[in-house]
Design a protein around this ligand. Structure first.
Ligand code: CS2
Ligand code: MG
Length: 402
């Protein structure tokens, strides 16, 4: 089962996606997501110029060996561009292997550990009243877990507030949007949102919130402590995620569960966080953490230390990533929660898929492989559009974490 072709398809049905499509000599195809928001062409070029020539003629069944070849063999290890490229290849090879076996991918990962995947949706609003009302809309649609974000007076373009209903799309065309951040205003405002949400709807659903790496460790510790009465399912990315030992300080002060890791690309980004039990949910996902092969290693380490999964599922991860994540979620013993923002109709048209949402849960497709494909003709209708994630500045004009 030799690899005959490796295509890298860049398409923008509302936002940019990079997809790897591998075809074997015997005509099997597999797809993998290799989208890195705002840096899409860096990954696409890495794949076409540096990876594709290494794969042609290789045995498509040797997934682990191919992973080791691309990671260990390259000398330059890790990093979001490299690991996203490897993830695209790795995911496509798993898709092929499952199709060759005639089973949905989760069967090759150990079979079902659960029947359905708990997801959380994104409620948002320009005011607390609007966000509270939006939480109600998610609950009405059957969601059992909702993340709540609201604009903060004194800031502009506050992280977490989109203009597009169900989804939050931070990237925009042109140069990066400049947003204004004030930690003091945020810290005064955020707890009042959770109070209003719990006051209106009670405690019979999971409430989540994303801080998006904005706080220092001691600020994050204080926020975690202040919001304990609202019993969050988790507080996401309370402090910049690359400083693993900083989470010790947060942990010492609060029992609010902590989630982090959507920007991680390697097990070494979270080794200390996991082995010191500094977090509760690891948010690494297939596309940015080296594919199914490497994500499984992260999740296996996490299982040993009681850390559960909380896979990143923003709309800048394509339906190929979501499908792959759902197979992993289905199989692993230490599943926690899956983030879910529905894609646009245009994106769903480019990526026909078998997974579906019902009653607060996602169900992976039952067709062989990942259960998702790319319609190359449809993809060609949406050419690449340069877009960037925003940047954040403080009132004095200096840069802040975004
Ligand atoms: C966010 C993302 O989903 C989340 O939790 O943090 O929307 C994130 O901003 C984007 O994925 C960045 O590409
Ligand atoms: Mg996040």
């Amino acid at each position: 089962m030799r690899i005959a072709e490796v295509k890298v398809i860049v398409t923008s049905p509302g936002r940019n996606f990079v997809t790897v499509k591998i075809t074997t000599e015997d005509g099997l195809t597999g797809v993998g997501d290799a989208t890195l928001n705002g840096r899409e062409l860096a990954v696409a070029t890495y794949l076409t110029e540096h990876v594709r020539p290494l794969l042609l003629g290789r045995d498509a069944r040797r997934i682990e060996d191919t992973w080791q070849y691309l990671y260990r063999g390259a000398y330059w290890r890790r990093g979001p561009v490299t690991m996203t490229a490897i993830a695209g290849i790795d995911t496509a090879l798993w898709d092929i292997k499952a199709k060759a076996a005639g089973v949905p991918l989760y069967e090759l990962l150990g079979g079902r550990s659960r029947d359905r995947i708990l997801v959380y949706g994104h409620a948002q609003g320009a005011t607390i009243d609007e966000t509270v009302a939006d939480v109600g809309r998610f609950l009405d649609r059957g969601y059992r877990a909702v993340r709540a974000q609201t604009a903060v007076p004194g800031t502009q373009g506050t992280y977490g507030i989109g203009s597009d209903g169900d989804r939050y799309e931070p990237a925009s065309s042109g140069l990066p949007e400049e947003t204004l951040w004030s930690t003091a205003d945020y810290l005064a405002h955020a707890p009042t949102l959770f109070a209003a949400v719990r006051d209106k709807y009670g405690f019979d659903f999971h409430l989540l919130h994303d801080v998006h790496h904005r706080l220092t460790p001691i600020e994050a510790a204080g926020l975690g402590k202040a919001v304990e009465p609202y019993r969050l399912f988790c507080l996401e990315d309370p402090t910049p995620a690359e400083d693993q030992s900083a989470f010790r300080l947060v942990r010492q002060h609060t029992t609010t569960p902590i989630a982090t890791g959507e920007v991680f690309n390697s097990i070494f980004d979270c080794q200390q966080l996991i082995t010191e039990r500094l977090i509760d949910y690891i948010r690494a996902t297939v596309t940015h953490a080296g594919g199914i092969t490497h994500l499984r290693r992260i999740l296996a380490l996490a299982e040993l230390y009681g850390v559960r999964s909380g896979s990143h599922g923003a709309t800048d991860l394509s339906p190929v990533c979501l499908a792959a994540a759902l197979h992993v979620d289905t199989a692993i013993p230490n599943f926690g929660i899956q983030e879910y923002m529905p894609h646009t109709a245009d994106t769903d048209r480019v990526f026909p898929h078998g997974y579906r949402f019902s009653g607060g849960y996602l169900y992976p497709g039952e067709e062989p492989g990942l259960g998702v494909d790319i319609d190359e003709d449809a993809a060609a209708e949406y050419p690449y559009e340069p877009a960037y994630l925003p940047v954040a500045r403080l009132h004095d004009g200096s840069m802040h974490d975004w």
